[in-house]
Design a protein around this ligand. Structure first.
Ligand code: 5AD
Ligand code: SF4
Length: 534
């Protein structure tokens, strides 16, 4: 009998991409094969995101397409994984009875059992085909057992990049799950549950295995990654192993480390990974919460050359009034103080973030405060989102969505344009400097310059477009600046992919820097090749 083929599509954030990688590895070891073509698959899985309505609409339309195929008689098993499954619960099954499986992001270790149940019997009840955290209390005693099962999913991940379905030199490692922040607009604390920290030894072990499997760059993931904190001796399982642990709450960041307790802070975790896994050429982390970002973290970044000087720390708004309604817990002044301290300790750091426009009651003056911030702070880039009321959040209950879509769209475009100018200014400061670039892909010059708002920023004439495009390489600096380079004459472009090489930055636009390989430089990373070897 031929193997069952699975199509798995991921929506939303990096956390979902990692979940999909784990699902892929787990199902591959059970004999399932994967295809990029949904028409060739007997099992179609959508790993979904609920953060904005737009992301959900895309998934509904995909579910609709597969549902129609099922109604036309095709034998497909359709599964909805992730935050939409968790948030919509059985309502989604009622709306789309063609959905066979629902699995929340905290229950993915149960997916093989759900698939088995659904395939074995047409009469499997909805309960047999769904695994959702539901209303489990955020701090229930059962949590540790549940988290232990989930921990096993991370621990048993496939370290073979082909099986895992990722490129071999960039990998992600979760350090915390869930979120305790309850920003009023955000659905994540409901769908992913309470903040839970993984034991440092598990994290380091995973980093080491990924490095052994060829990963050059590891990104540590957490919704508020800088809040990582593990108290040793507090949660040990029967087998004597350290277990995942519920986050300590805010007070821990105010009072420091209690006497007599052994704690691993985020800064200490970074240093341990940096020192204990030297084969990792680049260590990154996302997403940082702008408050409680200790000086110890910045100093560790300064002292450890392989930790990337890149901070993704969403500001969300420049208006203190709106920040308060969002329950962000900091003011614009506090955000600016955080950015100033970061740049004082790490002058080369790049700062990026997210903004939401059109939050309920946002006035022109509030919006102008966000614009002012984007004008004044050296943000490398910002993702800008229109406020989207999400069921289950505080904001949807407490505030009327009173900013029209036209105004949201207008503000989104204005802020995007300002960000484009700021990005160009930030890029200009890098021209003339030599930076290490991790080369990620070969692309043609035609697509080397990404489009802004559908308009391609290119210098080519129509006649030039008819010529075969020369090959260009594209990669990223430690600070996440995107750089393109021409392949040196006579060299094979694909030989460069996966190498870290010194590049002299020569020109730039808002989205991209362009540079040339330099010669004669000594490159510190163990896996780098010197340009002299070209
Ligand atoms: N509406 C718009 N944007 C949102 N985000 C989170 N929730 C919402 C929402 N309801 C944005 C925030 C967050 C990013 C991941 O998504 O900017 O940082
Ligand atoms: Fe959502 Fe706020 Fe938690 Fe980020 S910090 S995941 S925006 S609740």
């Amino acid at each position: 009998m031929s193997a069952t083929t699975v199509y798995l599509e991921t929506f939303g954030c990096q956390m979902n991409e990692l979940d999909s990688e784990l699902v892929r590895g787990q199902l591959s070891t059970l004999g399932y094969t994967f295809s990029d073509n949904p028409d060739a698959a007997q099992i179609v899985l959508f790993n979904t995101c609920s953060v904005r309505e737009h992301a959900e609409s895309k998934v509904y339309s995909r579910i609709g397409i597969v549902s129609r195929r099922k109604l036309a008689g095709e034998n497909i098993l359709l599964g909805v994984l992730g935050c939409m499954a968790e948030r919509d619960g059985l309502a989604l099954l009622q709306r789309y009875p063609q959905v066979d499986i629902m699995c929340g992001p905290g229950e993915l270790d149960k997916l093989p059992a759900l698939i088995d149940a659904a395939r074995r019997s047409d009469t499997a009840t909805a309960a047999d085909r769904t695994a959702l955290a539901g209303n489990r209390t955020r701090r229930s005693a059962a949590l540790s057992a549940v988290q232990d099962d989930l921990e096993n999913l991370d621990l048993s991940r496939a370290f073979d990049p082909v099986v895992a379905g990722r490129n071999s030199f960039a990998a992600q490692v979760r350090i915390t799950r869930g979120c305790n922040k309850f920003c009023t607009y955000c659905v994540v604390p409901n769908t992913r549950g309470a903040e839970v920290h993984r034991p440092p030894d598990h994290i380091i072990d995973e980093c080491r295995k990924l490095a052994d499997a060829g990963a050059l760059e590891i990104t540590l993931l957490g919704q508020t990654v800088n809040h990582y904190r593990y108290e040793h001796g507090a949660a040990v399982t029967i087998s004597g192993r350290e277990a995942p642990q519920i986050g300590p709450g805010l007070a821990a960041f105010r009072t420091g480390i209690p006497v007599g307790k052994r704690v691993t802070t985020f800064a200490q975790l970074l240093r341990r990974i940096h020192d204990e896994v030297p084969a990792i050429a680049r260590l990154r982390f996302v997403t940082s919460y702008p408050r409680d970002f200790g000086r110890d973290i910045l100093e560790t970044m300064r002292d450890c050359p392989r930790i990337c000087r890149y901070l993704h720390a969403p500001a969300q708004s420049g208006s203190d009034r709106i920040l308060k309604l969002m329950n962000r817990g900091y003011t614009r002044g506090e955000y600016e103080a955080f950015a100033a301290e970061a740049l004082e300790i790490l002058p080369d750091a790049t700062i990026a973030g997210d903004f939401i426009v059109g939050f309920p009651t946002e006035t022109d003056e509030d919006f102008e405060a966000s614009c002012d911030m984007v004008r004044k702070l050296p943000f490398k880039n910002n993702f800008i989102f229109k406020y989207s009321p999400r069921p289950g959040t505080v904001a949807i209950d407490r505030f009327k969505d009173d900013i029209s879509n036209e105004v949201k769209k207008f503000r989104n475009n204005v802020l995007l344009n300002l960000q484009t100018q700021t990005s160009a200014r930030v890029h200009a400061t890098w021209i003339g400097r030599t930076v290490d670039v991790l080369i990620e892909e070969v692309c043609t010059q035609r697509d080397a310059q990404p489009a802004i708002g559908g308009v391609e920023l290119r210098w080519e004439t129509k006649a030039a477009k008819m010529q075969p495009a020369p090959t260009t390489l594209r990669g990223r600096t430690g600070g996440d600046l995107i750089v393109s380079m021409d392949t040196p004459q006579g060299a094979n472009p694909s030989d460069f992919v996966g190498q870290i090489m010194p590049v002299l930055l020569q020109r730039g636009s808002a989205l991209l820097l362009h540079g040339a390989f330099t010669t004669g430089l000594v490159v510190p990373q163990s896996r780098s090749i010197s340009a002299a070897q070209l």
